[in-house]
Design a protein around this ligand. Structure first.
Ligand code: CDP
Length: 216
């Protein structure tokens, strides 16, 4: 079973996808961390994430161990990731890894939950269940701001809001695999939901799609 969780910055994808994977015994892949890892390596080398050749070379040479880098959640890495992610050759280079993970999870699980921007549309269009999470930009900025402060980082709300706007525009405006809901995705607006409510709504939908016997 493959579950796709897509949506914009800070819509709650990671929290939901991780909980679904735990509850259903599935593997979890945060595909954003792959783009973040490429971006972090380029920034650490003093490079430019918009340099085509460097981005492609870094993506092709990516090691799964790079996904555990300590700097992936930095805001500048997120911005650089969305620049790297607009590069079609980079996306192609990263596609196999994601599909292999979904089909044959490394821990031998019976399936996987992947979160990102194009899981339901491009990476796993055949996923059994697809969610597209949204939330107002203010709710998302407030969450990201709180997350940064909790991690002990400096954060200014207005700046976070501006960063989110830029990244959303880049992610939905790019020509390759733009962020958008798959036609068969269930849209969940989490503006007024906490993590427990989003999880309950998603589990109800999964039960619904699997049918009353729980099979399928
Ligand atoms: O966690 P957050 O919402 O900040 O973003 P993320 O999921 O870590 O993704 C970082 C960036 O990678 C996004 O802004 C996208 O540009 C890109 N990305 C993508 O293009 N396709 C994916 N499947 C996942 C992430």
């Amino acid at each position: 079973m493959i579950i796709a969780v897509d949506g914009p910055v800070a819509a709650g994808k990671g929290t939901l996808a991780r909980r679904l994977a735990g509850a259903l015994g599935l593997a979890y892949l945060d595909t954003g961390s792959i783009y973040r890892a490429v971006a972090a390596k380029i920034l650490a080398a003093g490079g430019d994430p918009e340099d085509h050749g460097q981005a492609v070379e870094t993506a092709r040479g990516l090691d799964p161990a790079d996904l555990a880098r300590g700097d992936l959640r930095r805001e500048d890495v997120g911005q650089a990731a969305s620049k790297v992610a607009a590069n079609q050759t980079v996306r192609e280079a990263l596609l196999d890894f994601q599909r292999r993970f979904a089909r044959q999870p490394p821990g031998g699980e019976a399936g996987a939950v992947l979160d990102g921007r194009d899981i339901g549309t491009v990476v796993c269009p055949g996923a059994e269940v697809k969610f597209f999470l949204t939330a107002s930009i203010e709710a998302r900025a407030a969450r990201r701001h709180k997350e940064l402060l909790q991690r002990g980082e400096e954060s200014i709300y207005a700046r976070v809001l501006q960063d989110l706007r830029e990244r959303d525009a880049r992610d939905s405006g790019r020509t390759t695999a733009p962020m958008k809901a798959a036609e068969d995705a269930l849209r969940l607006d989490t503006s007024e939901m906490d993590a427990d409510q989003a999880f309950a709504a998603a589990m109800a939908e999964i039960a619904n799609r699997r049918g009353p016997s729980g099979a399928g």
